[in-house]
Design a protein around this ligand. Structure first.
Ligand code: ATP
Length: 211
């Protein structure tokens, strides 16, 4: 499929649209208006219309969008018709929680291998996922053609592990450590810092109280 160049903000909203369309389709709904979509995904309808315009004429005025068409379209654009294997590095508490999480239910993603340095867990299968020693990283990622990794090692090991991942050909890192990783420009890093997010929420609630 031809790659469509879309703005980053639009790209970020695609999974939101996709998830809601799955629900609509399961409910047997055939049409959806941008206003309905807007309420459900909490994105203003002007942005929705603009987002959808990047994908060509998918909607008709006063008629709404065809749910099945949109779904097929998003499925392709989000690569949902192919299963994406990702690796998990660091099988501690958070790593295990992610191993247990069923990404496959709503997205066609699965963690197909995990890595750790702790000999007590390497060589075992946890939640159906084999845990390899870090020494096997390069070989396994290359054998399984994996280019995306979730990073859940302690902060102290984050940069070192990143260098190892980059060396093993990883092109996308989901970083759960609070460390700002340095990686070549060709590697995309998505930061998910749970503690900071919570702290921000607490900060907002506290400042709401003062208003
Ligand atoms: P717990 O200590 O209970 O396992 P945790 O999530 O608090 O949970 P961390 O110290 O954050 O543990 O470590 C997470 C995991 O990362 C551990 O399983 C640890 O063995 C692993 N780990 C530590 N250093 C590295 C490294 N350099 N490469 C790969 N994995 C590592």
């Amino acid at each position: 499929m031809e790659k469509i160049k879309i703005p980053k903000a639009t790209a970020k909203r695609l999974p939101l649209y996709y998830r809601y369309l799955i629900i609509l389709n399961e409910e047997g709904k055939e049409k959806v208006s941008s206003t309905e979509l807007s309420e459900a995904v909490q994105v203003d309808s002007a942005s929705i219309r603009r987002d959808f315009s990047y994908f060509g004429a998918l909607g008709k005025r006063g008629y709404g969008y065809d749910v099945k068409n949109l779904l097929t379209f998003f499925k392709k654009i989000l690569n949902q018709d192919t299963l994406t294997n990702v690796a998990l590095i660091g099988v501690g508490n958070l790593g295990r929680a992610l191993l247990n999480y069923n990404f496959k239910r709503s997205n066609n993603i699965r963690i197909s291998c995990a890595f750790d340095i702790n000999k007590k867990i390497t060589g075992r299968i946890l939640s159906g996922v084999p845990v390899y020693d870090m020494d096997d990283l390069k070989q396994q990622l290359s054998d399984q053609q994996i280019s995306i990794a979730i990073l859940t090692v302690p902060s102290t090991a984050a940069q070192r592990t990143t260098d190892e991942m980059v060396d093993a050909g990883v092109k996308g890192i989901m970083n759960f450590t609070p460390i700002r990783l340095s990686a070549p420009a060709s590697v995309r890093v998505q930061n998910v810092d749970l503690a900071t997010e919570l702290q921000t929420l607490i900060y907002f609630l506290d400042s709401d109280k003062e208003d």
